[in-house]
Design a protein around this ligand. Structure first.
Ligand code: IMP
Length: 427
């Protein structure tokens, strides 16, 4: 048995796709447990750059099964687009399996996402507008439609009629928008389901069968710990549990079946959307991080907010997820700096605190306490081993390791598959 979870330790975009891709070479199956097309995982191979949204990053290996789990919210149109794009680029997608329990994003979900965001005004969350929040609200409110409901025409029509009547009231009476047409939705979604039919199945059974057969499974988390609905900077979060526990739930795996939980952290930190961000850097150095790190959203193209490595966030994520180890990405982006601030704690109300706060208002008021580490001002992107890294970069890694409280076993020094250094632990 071998199950590894890969989880984001910050506010997302840590490079989970790249780490999954590099471990998937040894995996038999990669499972995407939750989230929707709000996620964007970028993987760079010899065949070019792939931006994946719903399809697990293992798709780029010919013998790896890819599973979209029960916890995912699927927009069938965008999934079909993604599959077609991959096919056009010569990637075989017949190994993609979609859980029949996954919830479906319907046309009213992105519409409501947009209208709700508008009505929040200055308190808008900065969602990806993919319909993620409204779809999960429907799922939990038991108004959702699952893939399994939609593969049966009669069930689909009956369920949609009930739900759409309510949605159209909300659209027209609350937001003054146009109502949606039932027959149009039925027609479009029936054709989507026909196209996706060969991929649909009992994903959790496939995952459990793979575990029983001793196969190697990677669970590729989307979003990240500080975007978690319970442990993130609520309400500026996504609508799922992108933690290790949430990954188990979405993939249909028990916590006791997991062998490794790898947290992925950038060597600095970024955030898209609104909400507290204690170590955000507004000056020129923040701009350098953005341009060197190409920090623009994979899904939305929005410029990401940038800042310094946040020790309290990282330690919190290590504990909440029960991380066994850490992959540190984008170390090379720091190559230009003389001195690198690292946040070791926060000051709030005259006191020193060491954890993120539950109230977004209070968390937005904490002052980061920085320690300044020497930069290395040297190109690290060609290093072949840890020993090739400058001494100051090695000290930087060791200091982060102390702050996180877990061993750093992988270090990313560039976008390509070969630019990952392994450190001390057998895969
Ligand atoms: P939603 O998931 O589209 O509802 O957006 C809620 C919050 O999560 C917003 O701040 C988004 O920017 C953020 N978010 C959602 N998906 C990602 C991701 O893949 N990377 C980074 N941030 C994300």
């Amino acid at each position: 048995m071998s199950v590894t979870i890969i989880i984001g330790g910050q506010w997302g975009d840590e490079g989970k796709g790249k780490i999954t891709d590099s471990l998937a070479v040894q995996a038999d199956m990669v499972v995407r447990p939750n989230g929707s097309a709000n996620a964007g995982h970028t993987v760079q191979t010899d065949a070019g750059i792939f931006k994946l949204h719903l399809v697990p990053s293992g798709i780029l290996y010919t013998d790896c099964d890819c599973v979209i789990g029960a916890g995912v919210a699927i927009d069938p149109e965008s999934l079909i687009e993604e599959l077609d794009d991959l096919n056009k680029r010569g990637v075989n997608t017949s190994r993609v399996m979609i859980s029949d329990r996954a919830t479906v994003i319907l046309p009213y979900h992105p519409l409501l996402d947009q209208l709700e965001e508008q009505s929040r005004g200055e308190q808008s969350i900065g969602t990806t507008l993919k319909g993620n929040g409204p779809a999960y609200a429907d799922k939990v409110g038991r108004r959702g439609l699952r893939i399994a409901d939609m593969t049966d025409e009669r069930t689909f029509a009956e369920r949609l009629r009930l739900v759409l009547a309510e949605k159209n009231k909300i659209l027209t009476r609350i937001y003054g928008a146009d109502p949606l047409d039932e027959s149009e939705i039925l027609e479009h979604y029936a054709s989507y389901m026909e196209r996706l039919a060969p991929h649909i199945g009992q994903a959790e059974i496939a995952v459990q069968d793979a575990i029983d057969a001793g196969k190697r499974i990677l669970i590729e988390g989307a979003q990240a710990t500080l975007l978690d609905i319970d442990y993130g900077s609520y309400p500026y979060v996504t609508s799922t549990s992108p933690t290790a526990a949430g990954a188990c739930q979405g993939a249909g795996v028990g916590p006791g079946q997991v062998d490794r939980t790898i947290g992925v952290f950038k060597a600095y930190i970024t955030r898209v959307g609104s909400g507290p961000f204690p170590t955000e850097e507004h000056d020129q150095r923040g701009e350098i991080l953005r341009s060197r790190g190409k920090e623009f959203g994979t899904t939305t193209g929005r410029p990401r907010r940038t800042g310094w490595f946040d020790g309290p966030v990282a330690r919190y994520a290590a504990r909440i997820n029960g991380l066994s180890e850490v992959a540190l990405t984008k170390l090379d982006i720091l190559d230009e700096f003389d001195r690198i601030p690292v946040c070791t704690g926060y000051r709030y109300g005259g006191e020193l605190i060491s954890n993120p706060l539950a109230s977004a208002l209070q968390y937005g008021e904490v002052e980061p306490v920085y320690e300044y580490l020497d930069g290395w001002r040297q190109d690290t992107s060609n290093a072949q081993t840890m020993d090739d890294l400058p001494a100051a970069a090695q000290r930087y890694i060791e200091r982060l390791e102390e702050l996180i409280g877990r061993p750093i076993t992988y270090i990313g020094i560039g976008p390509s598959r070969s630019q990952i250094l392994e450190r001390g632990v057998a895969v």
